[in-house]
Write a protein that binds this ligand. Sequence first.
Ligand code: HEM
Length: 132
Amino acid sequence: MSIVRINALEIPPQAGDEIVKRFTARMNSLGDVAGFEGFELLKPTGDAETRWFVYTRWADEASYAAWRDGDGARNAHAGPPAGADASGSEAEGAAAGSEESAPPQRPVSMGATLLEFDVQVEAAGSGIPAAE
Ligand code: HEM
């Protein structure tokens, strides 16, 4: 069965909008990844909560490991993609109009913990059998 790898990120409350923007800008890097089955960026609902979950689901450990150790994770975590709006990155000295020399974004996350799971039982949407 599939596996789930959740990266639990500590995100300061004022950085929520920025982290959503950064992940949104990276979603295209997941388009063609072998064994990749799903992604969700989960924002905590409690006002005092700062732990966001980056939920990822993979066909098997080998698929996840290939993404993690290859270009996939590098692309997902590289600086701003060419042409991206880098506002909010607090990057100083960005040469306007020069994508090549865009400085690295400062991380907004304050910490990360990887949680690892194997899927045991699953159902999705209309996949739940109706009671007889
Ligand atoms: C289980 C898989 C993953 C692991 C272990 C992981 C690891 C990490 C770590 C350690 C950070 C915090 C360090 C930092 O802020 O630079 C981070 C942040 C981030 N990750 Fe991942 N990641 C995973 C999946 C993904 C995926 C699938 C994407 C998007 C396609 C992604 C995009 C990002 C972005 C945009 C940040 C925000 C960086 C920031 O704070 O500005 N990550 N990830």
